[in-house]
Design a protein. Structure first.
Length: 240
């Protein structure tokens, strides 16, 4: 026969076990729902990683807003417009505002800072056709600037290349990741996006990109299913 002391001990043990199990289930639900990395002790304690903002003193369009801020604002405008993902050929090259793919986020973001990515790429493709893998020796201005490998080739030449390593909770590493930067993911799912000025608690920035059904802002830097191959900042610092 079980005495009262043993019974009370058993009940307390079961209650503690049930509480721990409930917390674990709740955490896994939260983690999966928000597409986050595993919950760290920092986040559990409500802490945030403070990352210094880097100021690139370039203002192409002379609007009083530095280029990196203008670029990320342009990407956010595309986010707010909610263009439907549609991979198509358009006479004149530009899709309507309510349609687009990942590369359209990039040129629209740069356009907001005063940069004509299509014009710059069209000229460079004519002068250096062999540098652009998706041109195949025959430039086609209506589509060339909207292909991921071609944007990659342009930025490899005319933008600063930065680290592709991302270290959560490391302010020095994360300082190298600023809103307005441009990232490229390689095969098998070629993709581009604009680094957001919003960060997770661990300091890792979000990504503004269009991978369907519409442009979105999420944890794509760490969750895209292809390797992160390039991290660019435009324009080059020595051109500022």
């Amino acid at each position: 026969m079980v005495n009262n002391k043993t019974l009370n001990t058993l009940i307390k043990t079961l209650v503690i076990f049930a509480a721990v199990a409930s917390l674990f289930v709740l955490y896994k639900w939260w983690d999966n729902s928000y597409n986050r990395s595993p919950l760290s002790l920092h986040e559990f304690a409500g802490q945030r990683c403070v990352v210094e903002k880097v100021v690139l003193e370039s203002d192409k369009d002379g609007d009083g807003i530095y280029d990196l801020d203008d670029i990320v604002q342009g990407a956010r405008k595309d986010l707010e417009a909610k263009p439907l993902y549609k991979d198509a050929y358009y006479a004149g090259g530009y899709p309507p505002d309510n349609e687009g793919v990942c590369t359209d986020v990039v040129w629209r973001a740069l356009q907001n800072a005063g940069y004509d990515l299509k014009g710059m790429m069209d000229r460079d493709i004519l002068e250096n056709t062999g540098d652009y893998p998706r041109v195949n020796g025959a430039p086609e201005p209506n589509i060339d600037f909207r292909r991921v490998p071609n944007q990659e080739a342009f930025f490899k030449e005319y933008a600063d290349r930065l680290t592709t390593e991302i270290k959560p909770w490391d302010p020095e590493n994360l300082k190298l990741w600023q809103g307005g930067d441009i990232v490229v993911f390689g095969p098998p799912y070629d993709h581009v996006g604009v680094v957001s000025d919003k960060r997770r608690a661990d300091g890792v920035p979000l990504l503004i990109h269009n991978a369907g059904p519409r442009t979105r802002e999420d944890n794509g830097l760490l969750t895209w299913s292809s390797p992160l191959t390039y991290h660019f900042r435009y324009p080059k610092a020595d051109n500022v």
